[in-house]
Design a protein around this ligand. Structure first.
Ligand code: HEM
Length: 293
């Protein structure tokens, strides 16, 4: 990749480490590093007069010249979604990690043997495992923002998106129907542990999980809930899928807060946050799959 070539003869200030950071995600065909933030406009390894003048002593080695155009890229076009705020950047990365049958913006290859939600055959036992592990994750998020290892986590208390109480009511309902509520299983326990550790040492990565967990649930999560309810719950709508007040306003309030927090992050910190999206999908995907277990 261009940014890894040796830069031997710069004619203009070099890009800093923050300027060109590849965002690596795995998309269709298993290809990594499908896009680079920002696009590497203006970086070339073609010879130029300035390079050959300034670089004679280096001999015939290949040189990379950084030209003035790298500073001319309009800021609003450099990172997908950037003009609308950082949450839009997070959304852009998340949407690409969906498969095409999950969401129309999705680009990821479906995993071998996986089925589109429309063909899922959930079981009550599997769904209960999913709800129990989800509750553990939401309880953990509540505890993390309550403790606020970084003071700005406190901004994310009482957003109205919390799901713990609702899940407790749903589990109680299942119990009253005669079902046994299982203990949390490995996907939920591992994710809760990971989030706790991450929140203490890596706030940018933690905010990535916070965003993806809450926003995924209001989008694909709701779709899945509806499908499960139709298939095995006689269409009963669980509390997990109900919010007090106007959900789109609650989501917007959280978007505004994340955008505000991310305003103080360097480009490198923002990219670090975006790169965590893949892990968020991995952990949440494992919990989702419990529905089919
Ligand atoms: C079977 C699994 C999934 C399905 C069917 C699904 C489906 C969807 C759909 C239909 C949307 C809305 C797209 C739109 O706005 O046009 C969406 C949005 C989104 N999904 Fe997923 N998704 C799944 C799993 C996940 C996972 C595992 C994550 C990450 C933990 C995730 C994160 C997101 C995010 C962040 C959004 C954007 C929400 C927003 O802008 O409000 N999704 N998903």
């Amino acid at each position: 990749m261009a940014s890894r070539l040796p830069i031997t003869s710069p004619t203009l200030p070099l890009p800093t480490r923050n300027s060109f950071l590849p965002i690596r995600i795995r998309v269709r065909g298993g290809v990594r590093s499908s896009f680079t933030f920002p696009p590497l406009v203006g970086v070339s390894n073609a010879p130029s007069a300035a390079a050959s003048a300034g670089g004679r002593s280096i001999g015939r080695r290949r040189r990379m010249v950084v030209t003035a155009t790298s500073t001319e890229v309009p800021k609003s076009k450099r990172y997908p979604g950037e003009a609308k705020g950082f949450v839009e950047e997070m959304r852009f990365v998340a949407m690409k990690l969906h498969t095409r049958d999950q969401a129309k913006e999705g680009e990821k290859d479906p995993e071998a043997g996986s089925q589109p939600v429309a063909r899922w055959e959930p079981t009550i036992e599997g769904y209960l495992r999913f709800l129990v592990d989800s509750k553990l994750v939401y309880d953990t998020l509540d505890a993390i923002v309550e403790e606020a290892a970084y003071p700005y986590y406190a901004e994310f208390r009482n957003t109205g998106l919390e799901r713990s109480e609702q899940l407790a009511k749903d589990l109680q309902w299942f119990k009253e129907q005669g079902h046994t509520i299982p203990e949390p299983s490995s996907p939920g326990v591992s994710y809760a542990h990971y989030l706790k550790e991450l929140s203490k040492k890596d706030p940018q990565a933690f905010i990535c999980h916070f965003y993806n967990i809450y926003f995924a649930h209001t989008a694909g999560g709701r779709m899945i809930g509806k499908k499960v309810a139709e298939t095995i719950l006689n269409k009963k709508e669980l509390e997990f899928y109900k919010w007090d007040g106007d959900l789109s306003q609650l989501l917007q309030n959280v978007r505004d807060k994340i955008n505000q927090v991310a305003n103080s992050w360097s480009r490198e910190e923002k990219n670090h946050c975006l790169e965590e999206t893949e892990k968020s999908f991995k952990y949440s995907g494992e919990i989702l799959r419990l529905i089919l277990s």
